[in-house]
Each structure stands twice: as structure tokens, then as C-alpha cells.
Design a protein around this ligand. Structure first.
Ligand code: PLP
Length: 402
């Protein structure tokens, strides 16, 4: 008999985060008595006879049918994430953006309206204001953290409120309780892209948020070797999105699902280290004469530090800061760093560094970038799990040299 690992202890209490990261969602025993989760690399599944086909379609038995509708390796990854997030269910996708687009197609329809905060992922905003706009769906973009603006933007046709927390790249924090309350009062669903926080640092569903979204490419995978996205929420909501995924097909492949399960084993260790490294780096930067501003929710100077302390267990691994100098001087600081490598993305074990003005916003002019709040002297540092003394010494030398 195969049993799913229980997420509760003998007294009925929820198990700790790292215990769930290692064991959650995994059946016991597994196929072939394997300790590791098998990669079920198949496109389709066979039926022994026509009776089994009848039993399957009449839902008398639980089994797989075709690769686009699900895979055993995918299911383990989904149930592990659901256990970590405290969600009714989880659905995985081929990328974070596949999760965003399919979830939005599922929740929205012609003539409906969305409110999205301005500091949210650029491609999410682009999908809403450009692609969905062509299908008769309207989006209002409001300033992050302005709850009155969110409320005023709500119309009778509004179906979804979307925000991120912490946001990219400024680490703004949304008050989850307040955001969820606005949604509930207006009978509008709320969605939080919690990629930067991860379920270790923040669990939006506990504050009444309806849907949580992650780019699992980042902290959940954690090793910069896979692309995946996740949507979590009640069984009912996730079920609706799953039905549409069966049509749109943006599924996670079995190998990526395996890598995600593998990466999640060390999730608790990684994120604790990344929280600590980021805090140390932020404190170092805040005291540095060549640094004009540091955007990290773990610093008391951060505008939403108190909200962050209330609703988060740690403040994440991304530190954004502004150096004294122009676009070129800022590039020189980045080029003088020897440990973090220049790359988009974040959340992996390797530290990565980037100048948003020259990465995600390259094609815009300085003026256009300023309109969307991206300064030329801004650096985004995604800390890995290296030793913080090395990261600080490296950055210190880079700031002196540049
Ligand atoms: C990276 C990212 C996404 C998109 O995820 P992909 O896996 O790259 O498709 C969405 N939201 C946030 C906050 C991200 O950082």
C-alpha cells in the first residue's frame, strides 16, 4: 500500500518547514522502492483493457491518462509545494509566466477588469495591459502600497486584484490582510505573486489571499537549472485553472518537476542562509558612504519594515541599492565584483548581480525608465548561499575600486 506522507505529527500538529521540504508530498514507498522520486519520463499511459478505460472515465480509479493532463513526478512536486504553502492544492507550469497567463485566462473573461500594482513583474503588466487588452479585458495600474487607489480603481466588472510582495526591484511590501480585506469586501479575487518571499518567509493564504503565484525558477528550484511556475490556493480555484491548463498545455515536464523536488530538499537551509546573507549585505551597504539608498525590508529605514516584520519570517535574498554616480559609474561597481555574476533571474545558490536599467529595461531611455521608477544607479543583488564575509569584502572592494 502506498501512503502519502502525513503533514502532521502524532499530536496532529503541523510539521516544521524543513521536514515538509524534505518529505512533504512524497508517497511511501515509491515506485521500485526508490528513495529518490522517480522521473516518470512518459508522454502517455497505457490501459490494460477497455474495462480500465471505463473505470478511469467514470472516476472509479485514480490513474494517469496522457502527459498533458498530469504526471506522477509533477504530482509529488505539487503536493510538496502545497504542504509548504498550506494550500488546498498546487498546479505547476512550464514557467512563472505560463502560470501567470493561464491563471489569468482562467479567472478573467471578456469585459472584465483587473487592478494591478505598478511595481509588479513587467511581463505580467505587459500581458494584462497589452495582450488581454486585445481580448476586451481592461487593467488599471495603481501605485503599490496605495490602498485607497486600489479601492478607487475597483469597478463592478473587476474580477481580480494583483500585486507582488516583496516587489521587484524595490522590495516594497504589501499589507496582506489589508489587500485581502479589500478583495473580500468587493467580492473580487486576490492574487499575490510571492516569488521574492517564498512560503518560508510569507504565506499569503493565511492572510486571506485567494491565489498565490511563484516563479519556481527562482528560490523554489534554487539552482538556476530549471524553469517552472506554480499557482496555489483552494482546491476549487486551482481545479478551474488546471482544467484550462489541460487545454492551453503549458505543463511542467517530468525532469523539471524532478529537479524542483530535488531542489526543495534543501529549501529550508538555503533560504535561511539567503535571508541572513541579504540582511548582512544590506546593513553593510546602509553604512557605506558610496551608497545613496538601500531597499531591503529587513532594514528599520525601509518604509514598510513594520508590516514586513508582522507578516514575514525573513525578508528574502534580494537587496537593491543605489550607488553615488551615473549609469557608467554604476556599471563599474558591477564589473568590479568578483563573486556575483551578471545575469537576469534571482533566488539560486549562486549570487547574481544586475543593473535593472541595462537588463530588464535596456530598450528604454533614461527618461522612460524614470517614468517606471528605474534609476540608472540602481543595482539589484540576489544573494546566494556563499559566505557573507566574502560577499561583503568583494562588494566593499568593488565600491572602492569603481
Ligand atoms: C521571474 C519572475 C516571474 C516570471 O517567471 P519565469 O519563471 O521567468 O517565467 C514572475 N514574477 C516574478 C516576481 C519573477 O521574479
Amino acid at each position: 500500500m502506498t501512503k502519502k506522507f502525513s503533514t502532521k505529527n502524532a499530536e496532529g500538529k503541523a510539521l516544521g518547514f524543513s521536514t515538509l521540504a524534505v518529505h512533504g508530498g512524497e508517497p511511501r514507498p515509491k515506485l521500485g522502492n526508490s528513495l529518490a522520486t522517480p522521473i516518470v519520463q512518459t508522454a502517455t499511459y497505457t490501459f490494460v483493457d477497455t474495462q480500465e478505460l471505463h473505470d478511469h472515465f467514470q472516476r472509479k480509479i485514480e490513474r494517469d491518462e496522457y502527459g498533458r493532463y498530469g504526471n506522477p513526478t509533477q504530482r509529488v512536486a505539487e503536493q510538496k509545494l502545497a504542504a509548504l504553502e498550506g494550500a488546498g492544492d498546487c498546479l505547476l507550469f512550464s514557467s512563472g509566466m505560463a502560470a501567470v497567463t493561464t491563471a489569468m485566462y482562467a479567472v478573467l473573461s471578456h469585459n472584465s477588469h483587473v487592478v494591478v500594482t505598478d511595481d509588479s513583474y513587467r511581463r505580467t503588466r505587459q500581458f494584462l495591459t497589452q495582450t488581454l487588452h486585445r481580448y476586451g479585458i481592461e487593467a488599471s495600474v495603481v501605485p503599490a502600497g496605495d490602498y485607497q487607489a486600489i479601492e478607487e480603481a475597483i469597478r463592478p466588472t473587476t474580477r481580480l486584484l494583483v500585486s507582488e510582495s516583496p516587489t521587484n526591484p524595490y522590495n516594497r511590501i504589501v499589507d496582506m490582510e489589508r489587500f485581502a480585506e479589500i478583495g473580500k469586501r468587493h467580492r473580487v479575487k486576490t492574487l499575490i505573486d510571492a516569488t521574492f518571499a517564498t512560503p518560508f518567509n510569507q504565506r499569503p493564504l493565511e492572510f486571506g489571499i485567494d491565489l498565490v503565484l511563484h516563479s519556481a525558477t527562482k528560490y523554489l528550484g534554487g539552482h538556476n537549472d530549471l524553469l517552472a511556475g506554480a499557482v496555489l490556493g483552494s482546491e476549487e480555484l486551482v481545479d478551474g485553472i488546471r482544467s484550462l491548463q489541460h487545454v492551453t498545455g503549458a505543463i511542467i515536464d517530468p525532469l523539471a518537476a524532478y529537479l524542483l523536488v530535488r531542489g526543495l530538499k534543501t529549501f529550508g537551509l538555503r533560504i535561511e542562509r539567503q535571508n541572513a546573507n541579504a540582511q548582512a549585505l544590506a546593513e553593510f551597504l546602509a553604512a557605506h558612504p558610496r551608497v545613496k539608498a538601500v531597499h531591503y525590508a529587513g532594514l528599520p529605514s525601509h518604509p514598510e519594515h513594520e508590516i514586513a516584520r508582522r507578516q514575514m519570517r525573513g525578508f528574502g535574498g534580494v537587496v537593491s541599492f543605489e550607488v553615488a554616480g551615473d549609469l557608467e559609474a554604476t556599471s563599474r561597481v558591477i564589473d568590479a565584483c568578483r563573486i556575483p555574476q551578471i545575469a537576469p533571474s534571482l533566488g539560486g545558490v549562486e549570487s547574481l548581480i544586475e543593473q535593472p536599467a541595462l537588463m530588464s529595461f535596456y530598450e528604454l531611455s533614461t527618461e522612460e525608465r524614470l517614468m517606471v521608477g528605474i534609476k540608472d544607479n540602481l543595482i539589484r543583488y540576489s544573494v546566494g548561499i556563499e559566505d557573507s564575509v566574502d560577499l561583503i569584502a568583494d562588494l566593499s572592494a568593488a565600491l572602492e575600486q569603481a
